[in-house]
Design a protein around this ligand. Structure first.
Ligand SMILES: Cc1ncc(COP(=O)(O)O)c(C=O)c1O
Length: 367
């Protein structure tokens, strides 16, 4: 892939990737989200409140993007399968606030219907690498940052079928030709299970950091970046079926070990590769123990706290206002996917899951 990316620097026409889709490349997924939020807010009457609805369990980058646009984040609660509680997104769009962001949890599509003020955040999803995929919703955000399904170690994009993205706020990033080459090479390397495994076990690089850091700058990537991006998308498409099979293998391991995997992630419902497999442990103690015993196998608590909790809301307030997200934050552990584990490590993981998750057992669904 690295060679392909080098050859195609500056010449790849992104409209070939997704016909009829406007693609705006940004310096990160967070920048892409800020750009998308900014665009939708700018279309609203000025007297409308600047509020953005976010899932109450998710990445602090969501808040950073909303704040960068001068908006107030409000949070909607999530059910056990990560879908918005009681059509929460639709309600907040109608009654409370201007713009909503919906995140496809771990790759599984759990979203509400299309809405002109809904942004679909696919930072953690493989959806766009499925053959024939087209974005739904008004604006779709993707990330190619570190530890993402397709990682170029930086970058993101805003995609739309219905509108052209004009990031007026965003100046162009300066990226040298040698940096493109380095990124393409690193991407090729991180696609190897042995390297990916090591990289994602380094705490500084892992996606488990929950600290909030404000978004400093929002920039577009220069046109030459499209070569790296499109080569990455093409390479990811080629791996799509393998990733999906590996996901389903890991799903079966989790289910056979008695772990409670949210229904939406079942192979029967979700035909996508998943970024990680979410498992709901029977108790807070079991989640902590499983994560402590299995960190070297890539088991992670992910954010560990709700988004309002990370942003400083008091624990009692969080538990009262966002009970579903609080429950997820306390009981969730996630398992790695995509060929990371050897047969011996898979056995170890199976034993740990049986030990800590058995009371959450339910029947396995065949792929
Ligand atoms: C759902 C979601 N959106 C946006 C982002 C931000 O992407 P990036 O790390 O490329 O800035 C993340 C980061 O993990 C994320 O999980």
């Amino acid at each position: 892939m690295a060679f392909g990316a080098l050859k195609s620097f500056g010449i790849k026409d992104l409209s070939e990737l997704w016909p009829g889709v406007d693609v705006c490349l940004m310096s990160s997924g967070t920048s892409a989200l800020a750009c998308a939020i900014g665009q939708l807010l700018a279309e609203l009457p000025s007297e409308y409140p600047r509020r953005v609805a976010l899932p109450a369990y998710g990445c602090p980058s969501l808040v950073a993007a909303a704040l960068w646009c001068g908006a107030t984040p409000v949070y909607y609660d999530l059910a056990e399968d990560f879908s918005p509680v009681d059509d929460g997104v639709v309600r907040v769009l109608a009654d409370e606030c201007a713009v909503a962001v919906h995140v496809d949890a771990f790759g599984a599509a759990v979203g509400p219907a299309d809405h002109p003020r809904l942004i679909r955040d696919l930072a953690q999803s493989f959806a766009m690498y499925a053959p024939g995929w087209q974005p739904s919703g008004c604006l779709t955000v993707v990330s190619t940052g570190r530890a993402k399904p397709m990682s170029l170690l930086r970058g993101g994009a805003v995609l739309s079928r219905t509108t052209t993205v004009h990031p007026k706020l965003a100046a162009e990033e300066v990226v040298s030709r040698s940096e493109f080459a380095l990124r393409a090479g690193l991407y090729a390397l991180t696609q190897r299970a042995a390297v990916l495994g090591v990289v994602s076990s380094i705490p500084r690089l892992a996606p488990t950091a929950t600290g909030f850091s404000p978004l400093a700058d929002v920039r577009r990537m220069p046109p030459q970046w499209s070569g790296v991006f499109s080569a990455g998308v093409v390479a990811a498409r080629e791996q799509f079926s393998r990733w999906r099979d590996e996901t389903n293998d890991m799903l079966m391991l989790a289910m056979e070990s008695g772990a409670c995997v949210p229904q939406i992630i079942d192979p029967g419902c979700n035909q996508l590769p998943l970024w990680r497999i979410p498992v709901l442990c029977p108790s807070i103690g079991a989640a902590a123990a499983l994560a402590a015993d299995g960190w070297h196998l890539g088991v992670s608590r992910l954010y560990g706290r709700t988004l309002p909790g990370i942003m400083g809301f008091h624990q009692d307030t969080v538990a009262r206002r966002w009970p579903g997200a609080s429950d997820i934050a306390q009981r969730l552990v996630t398992l790695p996917t995509h060929g990371r584990l050897s047969a011996r490590q898979r056995r170890q993981l199976g034993q740990l899951l049986s030990q800590w998750c058995r009371s959450g057992r339910r029947s396995a669904v065949s792929a």
